[in-house]
Design a protein around this ligand. Structure first.
Ligand code: NAD
Ligand code: UDP
Length: 311
């Protein structure tokens, strides 16, 4: 198949491009390089089945494809808050453009949604039936509300125009190729630990997250895309939950670092707890994560260690 991956030069997108090329597909990787990099896809550039398109999804584009994975959107709070109006344009205009493309060429389209659509959740763990608790006017709203509108657009194009859609709600995912300056907790803590710098825990570190290794996410994402007759939304994440303070201690012990933990102010609207209920993913696509956190973190630490030693 000919498959379009928007955001294909980013962290998750570059792994996805690699997986799809490995399966024998033709891949069009589209990216505006806001947070992605050519380095992430350097190993694919010489492959005749791989094509790189520098483009911004907020602008329309004419392509002929069988499938679309719409991943384009900055995912780290510091990046999506850098130009919040642009972030929401990416999730609204960008998604309209990608849905218009899918409609025209009758391509199946998957939207990367997020656990952030649950906001600061009042039910725990989060099931797909929960409508969320999102601040509509806060600093995170450009991302959270943008992704909520993206889901609405997907459902409306499906109901109104019969577009073949898939919605996945991705929970915190980590792995090699996260950017050093990405600003999310996994890359921050590992880079700080490897440099023996202070580990910056925001708030008192009692807030929780559940971390999923990128290979596990890709397996779920592709299973969802390949399955006929389902739209989602479906949660994809690892249900093993940890507090951010425990997570900092684990990174220190895995890296053998001399870093100290320091407490910094908690960003506004930072969700207090997050864990996916993945019953639906288990039932509908037979998916659950397989990579233990120790294994995934060791691979990620190795990646950052290599990156830092080459700097
Ligand atoms: P990332 O920032 O590494 O990748 C995003 C990619 O999209 C980058 O390559 C960036 O340059 C590109 N991009 C951004 N805006 C664009 C635009 N307007 N036009 C074209 N390209 C654009 O982030 P990631 O972690 O790889 O996330 C990929 C997707 O998964 C995002 O949609 C994100 O919201 C979603 N997601 C990720 C996580 C996670 O934990 N990693 C969790 C929930 C949802
Ligand atoms: N966090 C932290 N120190 C950091 C970066 C993040 O304590 O250097 C916290 C952040 O406040 C949040 C959690 O780690 O509670 C996860 O943050 P991230 O930005 O990775 O993802 P999100 O908040 O979007 O889940």
């Amino acid at each position: 198949m000919r498959i379009l991956v928007t955001g294909g030069a980013g962290f998750i997108g570059s792994h996805l491009c690699e997986k799809l090329i490995g399966e024998g597909h033709e891949v069009l990787c589209l990216d505006n390089f806001f947070t992605g990099s050519k380095q992430n896809i350097a190993n694919l550039l010489s492959n005749p089945r791989f094509e790189l398109i520098r483009h911004d999804i907020t602008q329309p584009i004419l392509l002929e494809v069988d499938r679309i994975f719409n991943l384009a959107c900055p995912a780290s709070p510091i990046h999506y808050q850098y130009n919040p109006v642009k972030t929401i344009k990416t999730s609204v205009l960008g998604v309209i453009n990608m849905l218009g493309l899918a409609k025209r060429v009758r391509a199946r389209i998957l939207q990367a949604s997020t656990s952030e659509i649950y906001g600061d959740p009042e039910i725990h763990p989060q099931t797909e039936e929960y409508w969320g608790n999102v601040n509509p006017i806060g600093l995170r709203s450009c991302y959270d509300e943008g992704k909520r509108v993206a889901e609405t657009l997907m459902m409306d194009y499906h109901r109104q125009n019969g577009v073949d859609i898939r919605i996945i709600r991705i929970f915190n995912t980590y792995g090699p190729r996260m950017a050093i300056e990405d600003g999310r907790v996994v890359s921050n803590f590992i880079v700080q630990a490897l440099r023996n710098e202070d580990i910056t825990v925001y708030g008192d570190g009692s807030q929780t997250r559940s971390f999923c290794y990128v290979d596990d996410l890709l397996a779920g994402m592709c299973a969802m895309m390949d399955r006929d007759g389902i739209t989602g939304p479906i949660n994809l994440g690892n249900p093993v939950e940890t507090s951010i303070l425990e997570f900092a201690q684990r990174i220190i012990s895995l890296t053998g670092s001399r870093s100290r933990i320091v407490l910094k102010p908690l960003p506004a609207d930072d969700p207090k707890q997050r864990r996916p209920d993945i019953s639906k993913a288990r039932d509908l696509i037979g998916w659950e994560p397989a990579v233990p956190i120790e294994t995934g973190l060791k691979r990620t630490i190795e990646f950052f260690d290599g990156l830092l030693s080459r700097r």
